[in-house]
Design a protein. Structure first.
Length: 156
């Protein structure tokens, strides 16, 4: 796809709108407790774009670095210093051709969910600077809590 691709998205009520231009840097799923709680689902699907590819309009509220609409409560983005995380479910066009290439916190994945074929599997968080192709992250303690710094683990 071309770097001229522009995708738009919004919250449920349309009060918060955004667009991203070009292809994402990476696309993933996260099964951590925080993502489960904020999405209300067994996992969360997201894509990461460079901050300069992101534009937004509307007023957002933020909790724990995650932005949501104060009217409808819809989760939309997490904005970091250099990158932005966009919830795939907040994009206007569905289904999307964006396909996750990795999964985080697979130790918390529901037993009835299967790993994505061909997707890199990480037991916990990604390590700073590590790409999905670098191999899975494993730690001795599979009950370790998710990192408090959401941006560090997904946007690194």
């Amino acid at each position: 796809m071309s770097s001229d691709v522009r995708r738009s998205g919004s919250c449920l009520c349309g009060g918060v709108q955004f667009s991203v231009t070009g292809e994402p840097l990476r696309i993933g799923l996260c099964h951590c407790k925080d993502c489960r709680k904020t999405s209300g689902s067994a996992y969360q699907a997201f894509a990461i774009w460079p901050l300069e590819a992101f534009e937004t309009a509307g007023i957002v509220s933020t909790y724990g670095g995650r932005s949501f609409c104060p009217t409808c409560g819809g989760r939309v983005t997490t904005v970091g210093e250099e990158e932005v995380e966009v919830m795939l479910g907040s994009l206007d066009v569905a289904p999307t051709e964006l396909e996750p290439t990795y999964e985080l916190w697979i130790v918390r994945r529901e037993h009835w969910l299967q790993s994505l074929p061909g997707a890199q599997q990480f037991e916990h968080d990604r390590v700073d600077g590590e790409s999905p192709a670098d191999g899975p992250v494993t730690t001795a303690d599979s009950n370790e809590a998710p990192s408090d710094n959401l941006l560090q683990r997904k946007l690194a």
